[in-house]
Ligand binder design. Structure first.
Ligand SMILES: [Zn+2]
Length: 338
C-alpha cells in the first residue's frame, strides 16, 4: 500500500502513533502497563483509570447493540490485547514519519514546555504572539486531526478537508501561517497537578462528533471545525463553559484555554459519569472472552459474543447490573456451548 501522506512511497513504517506518543503515553501507562492488562471493573468511580477507548456520544441502549456488532466484527481477539493503542502499521512511509517527527519536535521544544513544566496556577489562557509558534501549534494539532482521520473511523473528515490538511503537513516548511488559518480550532489544556499517576485519569480517545471533531488527548483537548461558517459549541461535560468564541483561533494570535486542576477533575468526573455506557460494554465483552478462554479450549465466535450480550440486554437495567448477575450470565452461555 502507498503511504497515505505522500501517496508515492510504499507505506513501510510500523508503530506510527497517530496521536503523539509523548502526549498520550502518560495517560495510558501506569508503571509501564496499559489498561488492558489491568483487569476489568463495573462500577465507574473517580479513582478508576479511563483510557484507550473511543466513544459514541448520546449512546442509547439500542445504539449500543449496533456498536457491539461493529466492535465484534473488528475484534481480532488475540491481537487486540497486544496492540499498542492509537498506533498503526504500514499506513505511512519512513520519509513522511520524519515530517511527523519534526512537527512534533517543534511542538515539544517550543510549546509543550510552556504547559507541562510551567506553573499554570491562576492562568486562564496562554496566548502565542509569535508567528513561528502559531505555525507550530496549528501544524501540530492539524497533524493529530489528519492522522486520526486516516486511522480512526470516529474522525470522519470530508475528503476536501483531509486534502488541505495533508497538503499543509507535506509542505510544512513552506506553508505560510496565514494559509494555515483556514480552520477554526479550539484547544483546552487540562492542568494536571500531583504525581505522574494523575495523568492516567485524563482520557484519551476520539468521539463520533462531526462539528466539532473532538479528540481527547490526555492533557490537551482538541476541537476542530472544518467549516468556518458553521462553528458549533457543544455541550460536553462543561468543556465549553467559558467564553468559547474567543478561543476559536480564526484570526489573530493563537490562544489556548487553561483549565485549573480542580476544573480538570470536575470535567473528568462528569465525563466518566456521562460517557460510561460504551466502556461498560467493552468491559463486559472483555470479561466474557477472558472467562471463555479460561473455561473452554474452543475458539470463540462473534455469534457467541452476541448471544452473551443479548442475554445481558434482556435484563431490565443494563447499566445497573450486579457482578453476580453478570457472572451468572457468563456461566450460562459458556456451559451451553461447552
Ligand atoms: Zn510518505
Amino acid at each position: 500500500m502507498k503511504c497515505q501522506l505522500c501517496k508515492i512511497n510504499e507505506a513501510d513504517k510500523t508503530n506510527t502513533h497517530y496521536l503523539s506518543d509523548n502526549i498520550i503515553r502518560l495517560a495510558l501507562n501506569e508503571k509501564g502497563s496499559n489498561i488492558r492488562e489491568k483487569g476489568f471493573y463495573f462500577n465507574i468511580s473517580t479513582d478508576e483509570k479511563f483510557v484507550d477507548f473511543n466513544f459514541q456520544r448520546n449512546t442509547s441502549i439500542p445504539q449500543i447493540e449496533d456498536h457491539i456488532k461493529r466492535e465484534i466484527s473488528d475484534l481480532d481477539i488475540e491481537k487486540s490485547t497486544a496492540q499498542t493503542p492509537f498506533s498503526v502499521d504500514y499506513i505511512f512511509c519512513s520519509k513522511c514519519e520524519k515530517i511527523f517527527t519534526e512537527i512534533e519536535n517543534n511542538f515539544n521544544n517550543q510549546i509543550l514546555v510552556k504547559f507541562r513544566n510551567s506553573d499554570l496556577d491562576n492562568v486562564e489562557y496562554l496566548e502565542f504572539l509569535n508567528e513561528n509558534e502559531q505555525k507550530t501549534l496549528r501544524l501540530y494539532f492539524y497533524l493529530q486531526i489528519w492522522r486520526s482521520a486516516i486511522c480512526d473511523d470516529n474522525i470522519d473528515l470530508d475528503e476536501t478537508t483531509k486534502e488541505s490538511l495533508s497538503h499543509f503537513i507535506l509542505n510544512y516548511n513552506e506553508t505560510n501561517i496565514e494559509d494555515l488559518k483556514v480552520f477554526p480550532i479550539c484547544i483546552v489544556y487540562l492542568q494536571t497537578k500531583g504525581e505522574a499517576i494523575e495523568y492516567t485519569r485524563n482520557p484519551v480517545g476520539t468521539s463520533n462528533d462531526k462539528n466539532p471533531f473532538l479528540i481527547l488527548m490526555n492533557d490537551f483537548i482538541i476541537q476542530f471545525f472544518n467549516d468556518v461558517e458553521n462553528v458549533n459549541k457543544i455541550d460536553f461535560n462543561g468543556l465549553n463553559n467559558f467564553n468559547f468564541e474567543q478561543y476559536l483561533n480564526i484570526n489573530g494570535n493563537f490562544k489556548i484555554k487553561v483549565f485549573s486542576n480542580e476544573k480538570r477533575i470536575e470535567f473528568i468526573n462528569s465525563f466518566l459519569k456521562n460517557e460510561k455506557v460504551e466502556r461498560f460494554v467493552s468491559d463486559l465483552i472483555s470479561m466474557f472472552i477472558l472467562k471463555w478462554k479460561e473455561e473452554t479450549y474452543n475458539p470463540i465466535s462473534t455469534d457467541i459474543i452476541s448471544e452473551f450480550m443479548q442475554s445481558i440486554y434482556e435484563s431490565n437495567n443494563v447499566l445497573n447490573l450486579s457482578e453476580e448477575f453478570i457472572n451468572t450470565k457468563i456461566t450460562e452461555i459458556i456451559n451451553k456451548h461447552k
